[in-house]
Ligand binder design. Structure first.
Ligand SMILES: Nc1ncnc2c1ncn2[C@@H]1O[C@H](COP(=O)(O)OP(=O)(O)OP(=O)(O)O)[C@@H](O)[C@H]1O
Ligand SMILES: [Mg+2]
Length: 244
């Protein structure tokens, strides 16, 4: 049974249809990447997968049960593209706030926060408000809040945007370790070297999947040496509507 399965997801904003019937399934321990240009529909899709937005039509199941459901969402960690932080709180206060949502307080919260900050490669500054953090620091704090309750399923929308290469590599090592420990990740990205680290990639363009497969498989099918060229190959090819 997939950890997360979505079928025929259609989303519309006003007259504009931005997802045209997208289906995917993610297995336990898998890192699925959603790769596509700006405006392709990545954020629209992950918002639906995470249960924070409702599609016009289509079905999402998490852990075998229909979404949205608060109970299921407690087993997920969601990191939005725009950081969902309280800017006038410090990092520790933000972690405390998000911890409380998951019933984490006292020593349990302290231990969870330390682990999450370590994974997110962030050392907090005790008195600094989140608004005074750099963009990359805010990104890492957002990641730490998403990791706090050790969710089985992580849905991360451009988690490493704005981070320097070293942090990016370290955080991807953590993602791979989490997957090896049986956790499941869905990650959107623009960055090709990150896409290479995914078990499977769904290439998304104009609200449809134009190809799905392992990075190696996609390059081989496209006769390309880079994912960038593979993307261009599939983007030029007719058709679409592949299911992940
Ligand atoms: N709330 C909204 N109201 C109207 N249109 C929207 C809304 N959210 C997204 N869209 C439109 O839906 C399309 C897909 O946007 P989306 O944010 O999902 O793309 P994306 O792949 O995440 O892009 P990026 O890589 O820039 O984050 C775009 O045309 C966008 O303008
Ligand atoms: Mg986006």
């Amino acid at each position: 049974m997939p950890v997360l399965a979505a079928r025929d997801i259609v989303q519309r904003f006003g007259q504009q249809e931005v997802l045209h019937g997208v289906s995917l399934g993610v297995e336990r321990g898998e890192v699925l990447g959603l790769l596509g240009p700006s405006g392709a529909g990545k954020t629209t899709l992950v918002n639906i997968l995470a249960g924070v937005a409702e599609p016009v039509s289509g079905l999402v199941k998490a852990f075998g049960e229909p979404m949205p459901s608060l109970e299921l969402m407690r087993r997920m960690g969601y990191m939005a593209q725009g950081d969902a932080l309280y800017l006038d709180l410090t990092a520790a206060e933000n972690l405390e706030f998000f911890g409380a949502i998951y019933g984490l307080t006292g020593p349990a919260l302290k231990a969870a926060a330390a682990t999450a900050l370590q994974t997110a490669r962030l050392s907090v500054e005790p008195r600094k408000q989140a608004r005074d953090y750099s963009g990359g620091m805010r990104r890492r704090l957002s990641l730490a809040t998403a990791l706090l309750h050790e969710p089985e399923l992580l849905i991360l929308d451009e988690p490493t945007i704005g981070l320097d290469p070293l942090h990016r590599v370290e955080i991807w090592e953590s993602f791979r370790k989490m997957a090896a420990a049986g956790r499941t990740l869905i990650v959107t990205t623009h960055v090709m070297d990150e896409a290479e680290r995914c078990d499977r990639l769904a290439l998304i363009r104009d609200g449809v999947f134009i190809a799905i497969g392992t990075p190696e498989d996609l390059k081989a099918r496209a006769g390309a040496s880079t994912l960038e060229d593979a993307f261009l190959h599939f983007a030029r090819a007719e058709g679409g509507g592949h299911n992940a």
